[in-house]
Design a protein around this ligand. Structure first.
Ligand code: PHE
Length: 331
């Protein structure tokens, strides 16, 4: 082995031995710097005979390149493993935290709302939304409840102190989303609109001042009361089970004509009132720029919280908002 190759081999061995980037960098002056063997060998080339000088110079260059390459690749490898090690030790280990606590679950009302959405989306409906603070036009007027109408009082509305008296309010039902949808979409329309609603009710075993409703609206050609009854029946059986029946009872809402209340059958043979429904009043269609001679439809609305109360057989609706984990954990 020539002198240059021996120098190079020793240098490469020292490079491979370096255990970290700092040690390797510390070797650089002795292996490749001014005082390195391979560097001083270069200045000694001048002492050789001219015909030997060329060949020796080439071998010296090859040796030097070998050491440079070994240095660079060792340095890359050491830097990469140092980085990997740092990532490993600095990583936050969250698995321990998770295993000590239970993961929790969605609130009962959220679960009920999600299931309702699934049932109706499966029937081809899409989900619509509207604001929780409404104007009198959307909450009442467009729904055929003018200012003088006695039904206006029955909604126990919470007004917001903004503009004219009683001009702005927390929506007292989800029906304003019917109007907003018909203003923005051309029929045919098949939507449901779940959301929060508010009334001045005092909280008791069956009432909450802030509660949730789900609205349904269908506008299409040749829609009849039979479609409404069939839709409610299909939904009730999908949500509560095949054995549960539904029935419609005549009722009154200014925005539907005819109107009905719908009930579902209970195990003991009695009926439980779930919500209101009816054929969309032609005046409401006209208020939204839809021609009632061409389009008809039905609407329904009911409370989601009451549905959860029934489904989980709670004896007090206030349990839903007390947020007692001992209660919530049971479901
Ligand atoms: N908005 C009515 C209520 O809150 C329910 C309803 C909706 C009735 C749609 C008919 C049609 O009491």
């Amino acid at each position: 082995m020539s002198f240059y190759e021996t120098l190079a081999n020793d240098a490469v061995a020292a490079i491979e031995d370096a255990a970290d980037v700092e040690t390797l960098d510390g070797l650089r002056p002795t292996l490749l710097g001014k005082k390195a063997g391979l560097t001083s060998a270069k200045s000694q080339l001048g002492t050789l005979e001219p015909d030997q000088r060329k060949e020796a110079g080439q071998r010296l260059n090859v040796a030097r390149q070998l050491v440079e390459a070994a240095f660079a690749s060792r340095r890359d490898a050491l830097a990469a493993s140092a980085r990997a090690e740092a990532l490993e030790t600095e990583r936050l280990d969250l698995t321990e935290f998770q295993s000590k606590t239970s993961p929790g679950h969605l609130h009962l009302v959220t679960q009920a709302r999600d299931r309702l959405e699934d049932v109706f989306v499966g029937m081809g409906y899409t989900i619509a939304e509207g604001p929780e603070v409404e104007t009198a036009w959307y909450n009442f007027e467009a729904l055929n409840i003018p200012e003088w109408h006695p039904a206006r009082g029955s909604f126990d509305t919470i007004f917001v102190n903004l503009g004219e008296p009683e001009a702005v309010m927390l929506r007292s039902h989800t029906s304003p989303v019917q109007i907003r949808t018909m203003e923005n979409q051309k029929p045919p329309i098949y939507i449901i609109a779940p959301g929060r609603t508010f009334r001045t009710d005092t909280a008791d075993a069956t009432h909450l001042p802030a509660f949730n409703q789900i609205e349904g609206l269908v506008i299409d050609r040749n829609i009849t009361m039979g479609d409404l009854a069939g839709t409610i029946d299909t939904f009730v059986r999908a949500f509560f089970g095949e054995e549960v029946k539904s029935r419609l009872r005549p009722s009154y809402f200014p925005f539907t004509e005819p109107s009905a209340e719908f009930d579902i059958s209970r195990d003991d043979g009695s009926w439980l009132e779930l919500g209101g429904c009816g054929m969309v009043n032609p005046q409401v269609l006209r208020n939204c720029g839809i021609d009632p001679d061409e389009w008809q439809g039905f609407a329904f609305g009911f409370g989601i919280d009451r549905l959860a109360v029934m489904r989980y057989q709670l004896d007090d609706i206030r349990e839903l908002v007390n947020n007692d984990v001992r209660f919530l954990r049971q479901f």
